[in-house]
Structures are given as structure tokens and as C-alpha cells.
Write a protein that binds this ligand. Structure first.
Ligand code: LLP
Length: 420
């Protein structure tokens, strides 16, 4: 069970707040995050990196709620963004544009313009086509775009294939073998300013070796660039550190960062990290109610009011999330249930074969839901999205309201004349 959940008199508490009381007040389903836990994870990065010039650029896609971003701004975080929407969220939260790196294979003109206008730290360029468009737009705006090349080091990582990004066959980055040549091209472009080098090899990685291999690849390239008179201000090692969802044994933030710092020892470039999951995953929970219990053949189902539109990870990647009963019953018999939602797809599940002692109306808590939970949620089956709450000590803040039916159809138009 997550370390920030505690059981008192059979009830689950998130720090000093009872999940049952939150459900009574806000109805289910809802997401709830712990501000302290977010701070602690960020601080772990800060402490571990204290010995080296660094910038931690939280990957906004993991959890983009503006209250989460604001908490990180207060701690001095920078941000890794991948869209105009994420850029505007960071600015709304008070983020410093000078601490923003912009990743992604398909940045469009509008996104480039806005990022140049506010003066971000760096574009992580992923193709020659992107580089020349960026040069053109910067020329129109009479500025120089700060760039690093996202290098694809062709490293096989043990993770779900959908989130492995450092293989030659993936759409990300530029082949390590061609990177030097592209740097040389970039150096000749009038409106491009080379500031760094970048990679990101995948997500939910539970070993340090692939990270070290990737950094070694970058360091080799830097040597070649230096020989050509190209000097860099920073080395961006991306994100990707995994967390423990079930029985994984990922390195700690300290162990992971120390390994990389060791490789970069004595270098003057700033080290940039882009962690997402390892900052927020274990700080968030999705609380849902059991609506019905049902048997089909030999199978038992607990049909809940949260579904794959609220939490897509189990359906999309077959991911495991720990599911805890909010109230621990001792008198009812326990059975193995598939925990499912009301969505009309067999793939709509939150967990398979979980042994639980539950009755209809009971609350279940999905753990480690703070990363890629709400941020991947949708309105599928026309389901309004769940609210997000933030706990800070004894205080409870609504950081996103539950959507209404009006929100659902906002912006849609009937086009046929109504009435007879
Ligand atoms: N930097 C870049 C360029 C990225 O693409 C990502 C994540 C990160 C940093 C942050 O990686 P993290 O530290 O969170 O592993 N939806 C999937 C994960 C997709 C990750 C996409 N890129 C999931 O739920 O597992």
C-alpha cells in the first residue's frame, strides 16, 4: 500500500484526511493529491542534485493541473512541455519561461511563435524539418531560437512498447549517427542558437543502465561537437524513472541521479532532468464507489462509478494499480473480483482478480494514480470528468471542479431547425 495512506480504525486516511469524508462531501469518483508528497518527491531530486549545476524540468503531461504546477513553481521547478496548452498552463501557474524546455515531434508554427515570444529556455528539436521551420519563424520574428537536438541513442529499454522512445524504429529524436551533421547545419543557421543536447529513452524504466548508456552516448557526441567548436550549456537526460506499482524495484531518485552525476562529474554543462511520473505518481489516488456486485458464470465483477475514461492506464497498457478498500470489512467473505466501470467495452477495467471483501456502496481507492491519470482522462461515453482535490495538511482544496452536462456539450451546435 502507498506510504502516504494510513489505516485508522479500518478506514483509509490520506495523511490527515479521511477518504470516506471526502467521498461524502464531493461524491465519487474523484482524484485526490497530496501537496506534501509532491513537495517531498521534488525535494528528493533537488537534494540529490545539489552537487551539480542542474535544472529539474517537471514533465507537465504526467499531471498538468495548474495547482500541481503552481506547487512546483514555488519549489523552483522548470517544466518540460509538449504543446501550446501545456505552455499556457505553466504560464498561468506562474512558471518562469526561462526554465521551460519544449519537447515533441510535431511542434506547429503557432506553438513555436508563442514559445519564442515568451522566451523559453530551449526547443528540443526532433527533426531537420522542425529545425528549418524554427529557423524560418525565428527569422520572421527577428530572434534566435535556442535549441538542443533530441538524440535517439537506439537503446532498448524494458518497458511497455508504447512508452519506449529511444529505439531507432520509434518516431522520436534524431539518429545518434546523424546528430553531429545536423548540429553542424544548425550552427550555420542565422536564427538558431545551439544551447544543449537532449534525449529521452522511455518511461517507467526500473534500471539505471539504460540511462547511463544514453548519457554516455550524449557525452561521446559532445566530444565530437566540441572538436568542431560547438560548445553546449546543458545536457538534458530526459525523464523516465519508474515507480513501484506492484513488485517493481526501481532505483531511488537519489541512486538514479547519482549514477548520472558520476558520469558527468567535472563537466561544466548544466544537467537537465525531465521527471514526470517519479514526481507525482505516488502522490495521487482515484476514489470510486462500488455500484453493483455481479456474477457471470464463474466470474465476479465489482462495477464501479470510475471507468477507463477516468483512468486509462490499465486498459491501454495492461498496467497494474493497487486497489484498496477504503473501509476494511472483516465480517463479509472475500472474493476475487474484476474491478470494472460502466463503459460499454470489455476492455473497460481498473483491475483484474482482486481479492476484496466488499458490499455495494463501498469505496475503493486506486493507488499511484497521480501520474497519467487525470491527464489521460476523457469524456468517452459522455461521462463528465471527475474533480481533482488537493490535500495540504488538514486543508482540502478543489483544484478542478467535476464537469457538468453543460461542460460536456460546450461548443457543440445543433444545426437542424428545432420544433415542428
Ligand atoms: N520527457 C519527455 C520528452 C517525455 O516524452 C516524457 C514522457 C517525459 C519526459 C516524462 O517521463 P516520465 O518521467 O513521466 O516517465 N502515459 C504513459 C507514459 C507516457 C510517457 C510519455 N513521455 C503511462 O501512463 O505510463
Amino acid at each position: 500500500m502507498s506510504s502516504i495512506l494510513v489505516r485508522k480504525n479500518q478506514q483509509l486516511w490520506l495523511e490527515q484526511v479521511s477518504l470516506q469524508q471526502l467521498a461524502d462531501r464531493f461524491k465519487t469518483p474523484f482524484y485526490v493529491y497530496s501537496m506534501d508528497a509532491i513537495k517531498n518527491n521534488f525535494q528528493a531530486y533537488k537534494n540529490a542534485l545539489a552537487g551539480h549545476k542542474h535544472l529539474i524540468c517537471y514533465a507537465v503531461k504526467a499531471n498538468s493541473n495548474i495547482a500541481v504546477l503552481q506547487a512546483l513553481v514555488k519549489l523552483g521547478s522548470g517544466f518540460d512541455i509538449v504543446s501550446l496548452g501545456e505552455l499556457e498552463r505553466v504560464l498561468l501557474a506562474g512558471g518562469d519561461p526561462k526554465k521551460i524546455v519544449f519537447s515533441g515531434v510535431g511542434k506547429n508554427r503557432q506553438e513555436m511563435r508563442r514559445a519564442l515570444e515568451v522566451g523559453i529556455h530551449c526547443f528540443n528539436v526532433e527533426s531537420e524539418a522542425e529545425l528549418s521551420l524554427l529557423n524560418k519563424i525565428s527569422a520572421e520574428m527577428e530572434v534566435a531560437a535556442p535549441i538542443s537536438i533530441r538524440v535517439n541513442p537506439d537503446i532498448d529499454v524494458k518497458t511497455h512498447p508504447y512508452v519506449a522512445t529511444g529505439l531507432k524504429e520509434s518516431k522520436f529524436g534524431i539518429d545518434a549517427s546523424r546528430a553531429e551533421q545536423i548540429y553542424l547545419q544548425a550552427a550555420k543557421m542565422k536564427n538558431i542558437r545551439i544551447v544543449g543536447i537532449d534525449c529521452h529513452i522511455g518511461s517507467q524504466l526500473t534500471e539505471t543502465t539504460p540511462f547511463e548508456d544514453a548519457l554516455n552516448c550524449l557525452l561521446g557526441l559532445i566530444q565530437d561537437l566540441n572538436k568542431n567548436g560547438i560548445m553546449l550549456d546543458h545536457i538534458d537526460v530526459g525523464g523516465g524513472l519508474g515507480v513501484r506499482y506492484q513488485d517493481e524495484n526501481p532505483p531511488s531518485i537519489d541512486e538514479y541521479t547519482q549514477k548520472l552525476i558520476k558520469l558527468a562529474k567535472g563537466r561544466k554543462e548544466t544537467l537537465i532532468f525531465e521527471p514526470g511520473r517519479s514526481i507525482v505518481a505516488d502522490t495521487g489516488f482515484l476514489v470510486t464507489s462500488v455500484q453493483f456486485l455481479k456474477r457471470n458464470g464463474s466470474k465476479r465483477f465489482a462495477i464501479c462509478d470510475a471507468a477507463m475514461n477516468d483512468m486509462l492506464r490499465p486498459s491501454l497498457y495492461g498496467s497494474f494499480l493497487d486497489i484498496q478498500p477504503v473501509y476494511m470489512r472483516t465480517s463479509e467473505p472475500a472474493y476475487f473480483y474484476d474491478i470494472v466501470g460502466p463503459i460499454c467495452e470489455t476492455g473497460d477495467f481498473l483491475g483484474y482478480e482482486r481479492e476484496l471483501s466488499i458490499v455495494p456502496g463501498d469505496l475503493l481507492c486506486l493507488c499511484d494514480a497521480g501520474a497519467y491519470g487525470f491527464s489521460m482522462s476523457s469524456n468517452y461515453n459522455s461521462r463528465p470528468r471527475a474533480p481533482e482535490l488537493m490535500i495540504s495538511g488538514q486543508e482540502v482544496h478543489i483544484v478542478r471542479e467535476r464537469e457538468t452536462i453543460d461542460d460536456l456539450v460546450h461548443g457543440e451546435h445543433l444545426i437542424l431547425k428545432t420544433g415542428k
